[in-house]
Design a protein around this ligand. Structure first.
Ligand code: SAH
Length: 215
């Protein structure tokens, strides 16, 4: 795997595009710049890896648009050392961006094929997230509570277990909606009872958050 000057140059142009589209957190843009997105895509997409597009990554799933990745990441205001739970490892690209921000990342993927692909790739690139093949609706109780939670698939509703596993004062970003489009919902947990402030942050498109583990 080669990350050439050409790849870096294309990445720089894409980062400028993201800045123009309103992403202003330079730490997030730098983290995005540091991850070679073409490593996370099939070779046939290598040339297009640095356009603002989603791509198929196998098992009928897609890697999120660059804008969506930085938009969700920016909302979470991640600080070094924070515990972040990600639902939907997919290609592992978003996981890598979270690691670049210095977070302790825990990520769950329900397609075994994708989990088995993302794990060695992330480790080869030097990232050290904790990964599992499992059902994101349940969160990851043993490592809870989390400072931040990011869901990268469209959820039909906000799973209660995820709210439970969020720290008081913690933030969560989750696309909610069962149709073609989802509302990006941003949540701040206010107290132990699970009382939350909820904000809508615009319309996005995600693959669905599915129930039942595939055997
Ligand atoms: N963050 C990923 C985006 C992948 S698309 C990336 O950067 O590439 C969303 C992913 O969520 C898919 O891989 C899909 O298999 C996964 N997913 C769907 N339902 C899930 C569930 N219930 N638990 C965990 N992952 C799920």
């Amino acid at each position: 795997m080669i990350d050439s000057y050409k790849h870096k140059g294309m990445r720089k142009i894409l980062v400028n595009e993201l800045r123009e589209k309103g992403i202003s957190n330079e730490r997030v843009l730098e983290a995005f710049y540091n991850v070679p997105r073409h490593f996370f895509l099939d070779r046939i997409f290598e040339k297009q890896a640095y356009s603002n597009m989603a791509f198929r990554i196998g098992a009928n799933q897609t890697i999120s648009h660059p804008y969506t990745v930085v938009f969700q990441t920016q909302l979470l205001e991640i600080k070094k050392g924070e515990k972040v739970l990600e639902i939907g490892t997919g290609s592992g690209f978003q996981t890598a961006v979270l690691c670049e921000l210095g977070a302790k990342v825990f990520s769950i993927e329900r397609q075994r094929e994708l989990y088995l692909k993302a794990k060695p790739l992330l480790y080869k690139l030097g990232y050290k997230p904790t990964l599992k093949y499992g059902d994101g609706y349940k969160g990851w109780e043993v490592f809870a509570p989390f400072d931040k939670i990011i869901i990268t698939c469209g959820a039909p509703y906000i799973p209660e277990d995820l709210i439970k596993q969020l720290k008081v004062g913690g933030k969560m970003v989750i696309p909610v909606g069962e149709g073609e489009e989802q509302e990006m919902v941003f949540i701040v947990k206010k107290d132990e009872n699970g009382e939350c402030d909820i904000y809508n942050k615009g319309v996005f498109k995600f693959v669905p958050m599915l129930k039942n583990i595939e055997k």
